[in-house]
Design a protein around this ligand. Structure first.
Ligand code: SF4
Length: 930
């Protein structure tokens, strides 16, 4: 008997999803229970046991299959499933029907989770490059040699000569430990994938209303009446989230509007599809806002009581009349008007975006413009509304929260003296000792290199850098190089560093890109399924992920590797403790440590015990409200989404919602910027605009010491009075601290296909010290690029892969589904260039290498998804560079099943002015038949 199917009398198998639609009064979860599915579950707890019948297995006696609930390690939807294990061998996956996010469904990546563990491409032991050959070595040898070299480099060049590239696949405990490690090492040169996927979202949202995260949830989209999806292909990037969108469409008759330069799979489900020119989102949104205001469709009360700077916004909006917007974006005035009307007539509505919105030179302005739209429509702080930012990797939200970033310590405390003091207090170490680990006081409080451009720290003259020395050692830890643009320059940097360490379950492109004979170590890390810990999905749900099996082969848990490094570098004892005492139970004691310190975002009430209890009571949570009814989890919200101020607080499903009390998850906007703006206007919410039951029925400042009080008293007292610890402020249309764009502006992409627009919609001035490197804008932009490079180059995802695709391209089933790299090209463009489907084509970018333009050789896939003026490349591939197969550089037996050109060899130079996010969605290129 299979657990996920019930036989009907005619012998056909009935899918529970079908039952939902046939009989809406019986939910899928209810049906599963009512049908008696679950027979054979002989023990309760996070790990159940199923007795498979002898007949099923062909064995003489029943097999005992341990059932372990766990969380998918691919994307940030956060789907749950049940892993079946026999004698520490993962034998199968069963649906976890009661999981409130995915209701048992999995996409192809989730369904292939087991392959991450059992793939014969798993790295089996540490390896070292010696005399140009890969040599197997022991862990002890590897760690001794690596730490000895690190000490030498530190002594010679100082602590900032090390760059750590952490991972959005690390669980919260590992992410936190890695950021703590960087502080103990004495450098801010640590960063992870969030820099190149949603850093512009974090900076944008945090500066508008206080927190830089998804405001509502995937489940909450079930409450939406309209869904604007812009720069995101949900079907491909977050497939299981699509079920909530489709439910909104079916149950609420929600209008689904997809805005994208490419007709995606998601567009096929839309009520309305709008094709806009890549990189013109701000102009498009302002076109809508102007139409909304002209017709009086705005939410006047929201604007008056809960926002600041509306007059500044209106001033900027004058430049965006419908005809001008139409000219910039390529969207007709009629389409602009129709879209604006759909959104205004169907509230509450949500806006969903991903990297199509974020990866631009003005990406932070783009994300802020989406916030502008939602504020004007009054869609914030209510079910069915919000800004639903779909994040990428499984724990990219958590790794961001826990500060695996060069611009902040955990909890967005920043790098100030106060921030280091707070964390020294939590870590229970002498603040002076931490300060003394850094090269000097100034550099301790200065943002470090980022994932996007760390390699310039290796390549540029130190005189051009924002630190005294070059980078001489790099750790790539759960991170593929091929997800970063300017891959040619990254390769040159990898050639040059003295020490390169690649830590991953599989051999990555990082190890095989450089042309060198020694100085490279590959360390086998366990997959997410071979270690336990908490993970935060895209909508701030924090779920406990149970370990399925022990680390296979010689792989080790990431946390064990961090601790080993700290010990060998001489600060292990200091590292393995906190104000709570010495670590005894791992990873749980680290959860308790971040519970203690993460006051700013309320990652304080998600105790290990509550997280584990929710797993067992998943069936008690409502799908639309995410609130549990009855049982020990009564009133809790699934995932205890932050802020979850205390261990009694239910979590905050919907940010900035004033229609419920703070004790139940209510909040105003954060009073983050004081009480008065520089122009003298108030930054506190207006009369009556406060959460229900608030003792102050208007705006108020943040509570004193709320960010540093470790006793929890400030939180308890505030909640008792119905107040939010962070105050009750206004959302900002005008972010005066962003000197270039206090109000978001359209700026033509650096590589613009419309040179006639670049003088009016100017790019930024060059920046001398931008995360320790110079960043070019005006001096780089050339109006005549388009003559030689006439096509827009854009990149995106395939459903089978995630990020650099390193794990998935080592899973044979996924590669069988999606075997090769390609370029999407419109039939007209193909015919104009005499290119047939399947032909090899060179794609070349304006950026030169020593040997000419950067270029990749890919197969043509002819499709009308793209317009005739653009080509589109998926970005998950690696192992081939500019037409050269790199197979011979892999250690024997570790060639991935799937290899191909990396799109990021040709993505153009360009970085967001605020966060240094790489521009990969709007470049220029030319094509030639190969
Ligand atoms: Fe769910 Fe994402 Fe995993 Fe697919 S990859 S099963 S959508 S969590």
């Amino acid at each position: 008997m299979k657990l996920n199917r019930v036989k009907q009398s005619d012998g056909q198998q009935l899918n529970p999803a079908l039952m939902d639609s046939l009989n809406p009064s019986v939910s899928r979860r209810g049906f599963v229970t009512a049908a008696g599915i679950g027979v054979g579950l002989v023990a309760m707890g996070p790990s159940l046991v199923r007795e498979a019948k002898a007949a099923e297995s062909g064995a003489k006696s029943p097999r005992k299959l341990e059932q372990i609930k766990t969380i998918c390690g691919n994307c940030a939807v956060g789907c749950g499933f049940i892993a079946e294990v026999e004698n520490d061998t993962w034998v199968s996956i069963e649906p976890w029907f009661e999981h409130p996010i995915n209701l048992g469904s999995l996409c192809s990546k989730g369904a292939a989770a087991r392959e991450h563990v059992i793939s014969d491409k798993r790295l089996k032991s540490p390896m070292k490059l010696e005399g140009g050959k890969w040599k197997r070595i022991s862990w002890d040898t590897a760690m001794s040699e690596i730490t000895a070299k690190l000490q030498t480099i530190r002594k010679k060049y100082g602590p900032d000569s090390l760059m750590i590239l952490g991972s959005a696949h690390h669980n919260n405990e590992t992410a936190y430990a890695l950021r703590k490690f960087a502080a103990f090492w004495g450098s801010n040169n640590i960063d992870h994938q969030a820099r190149i996927c949603h850093s512009t979202t974090v900076a944008g949202l945090a500066n508008v209303w206080g927190y830089g995260a998804m405001t509502n949830s995937m489940n909450d989209i079930r409450n939406s009446k309209s869904v604007l999806i812009i720069g995101e292909n949900v079907c491909t990037s977050h497939p299981i989230a699509m079920q909530h969108i489709l439910t909104a469409k079916e149950e609420n008759r929600a209008q689904i509007i997809v805005v994208d330069p490419r007709f995606s799979q998601t567009a096929a489900f839309a009520n309305k599809y709008v094709r806009h020119r890549s990189g013109t989102d701000v102009a498009f949104i302002y076109g809508l806002v102007n139409i909304i205001l002209k017709n009086g469709w705005e939410d006047k009360k929201m604007i008056q009581d809960r926002t600041y700077g509306f007059s500044n916004l209106k001033e900027e909006l004058k430049r965006y009349d419908p005809e001008t917007v139409s000219d910039i974006t390529g969207v007709s005035v009629a389409d602009l008007e129709h879209t604006a009307r759909l959104l205004a007539e169907n509230t509450p509505g949500t806006v969903i975006w991903a990297m199509g919105g974020t990866q631009h030179t003005n990406g932070t302005s783009v994300t802020r413009s989406y916030c502008v739209l939602q504020l004007v429509l009054g869609n914030m702080g209510k079910p069915g509304g919000g800004t639903n930012v779909f994040r990428g990797h499984d724990n990219v939200q958590g790794a961001t929260d826990l500060g695996v970033l060069s611009n902040t310590l955990p909890g967005y405390y920043g790098l100030s003296k106060g921030a280091y003091k707070h964390w020294s207090n939590v870590w229970d170490v002498d603040n002076d000792w931490i300060n003394g680990r850094f090269a000097n006081e100034k550099i301790q409080h200065k943002v470090g290199f980022t994932v996007a451009r760390w390699y310039e720290g290796v390549l540029m003259d130190p005189k051009e850098l924002g630190q005294d020395e070059n980078v001489h050692a790099a750790f790539y830890w759960g991170h593929s190089t091929n997800s970063q643009s300017q891959l040619d320059r990254i390769k040159t940097a990898l050639d040059k560093v003295e020490l390169l360490v690649d830590i991953d379950p599989f051999v990555t492109t990082t190890s095989i890109l450089p042309d060198r004979k020694d100085g490279v170590y590959i360390l086998p890390a366990a997959t997410v399924y071979e270690q336990s810990g908490s993970v935060t999905n895209s909508n701030r749900d924090i779920q406990w992920r149970n370990q399925v099996v022990k680390p296979v082969w010689e792989s080790r848990k990431d946390l064990d590797i961090v601790i080993d490094l700290a010990e060998r570098l001489g600060f292990g004892d200091k590292f393995k403790k906190s104000k709570n005492g010495a670590w005894k139970q791992l990873p749980e004691d680290i959860t308790r440590e971040w519970n203690l310190g993460m006051r700013t975002i309320g990652m304080t009430g998600q105790t290990v015990e509550r997280m584990k209890r929710q797993q067992e009571w998943a069936h008690a949570f409502d799908l639309k409200t995410k609130i549990a009814e009855g049982g020990p989890v009564d009133g809790e919200q699934w995932g205890l989404p932050w802020p979850c101020w205390t261990d009694k607080h239910p979590g905050t499903h919907i940010l900035y919602r004033t229609s419920i009390p703070v004790a139940k998850g209510g909040l105003g906007f954060r009073a983050r910027w004081g009480v008065k703006a520089p122009d003298g206007n108030t930054l506190l919410a207006g009369k009556g605009a406060a959460p229900v039951d608030s003792s102050i029925n208007e705006g108020y400042a943040e509570m004193k010491n709320w960010k540093t009080d470790l006793t929890g008293k400030v939180f308890e007292e505030a909640i008792a009075k119905g107040l939010a610890p962070y105050g009750n402020g206004r959302a900002r249309f005008n972010v005066w601290t962003f000197k270039d764009d206090p109000v978001p502006k359209h700026r033509e992409p650096l590589h613009s296909p419309r040179p006639d627009l670049i003088t009016e919609w100017v790019t930024y001035d060059d920046v001398k010290d931008h995360y320790r490197v110079p960043t070019l804008y005006k001096s780089l932009q050339k109006a005549d690029w388009v003559k030689q490079y006439p096509l827009i180059l854009s990149t995106g995802r395939q459903v089978e892969f995630e990020g650099g695709g390193n794990s998935e391209r080592n899973c044979w089933w996924l590669v069988e589904l999606q075997p090769e790299m390609y370029m999407e090209i419109h039939p007209k463009l193909a015919n104009d260039n005499r290119i047939r489907h399947g032909d090899w084509v060179w794609v070349e970018s304006p950026e030169d290498t020593d040997s000419g333009p950067s270029r990749v050789k890919v197969k043509a896939k002819i499709t009308r998804r793209v317009s005739p003026d653009m080509v589109y490349l998926p970005f998950h591939w690696g192992g081939v560079m500019s037409g050269v197969d790199l197979s011979n550089k892999y250690p024997e037996g570790y060639l991935p099943y799937g290899m191909g050109e990396s799109a990021n060899t040709v993505t153009n130079y360009g970085y967001d002015r605020i966060t240094q996010m790489q521009e990969t969605k709007t470049g220029l290129c030319r094509i030639k038949k190969a």
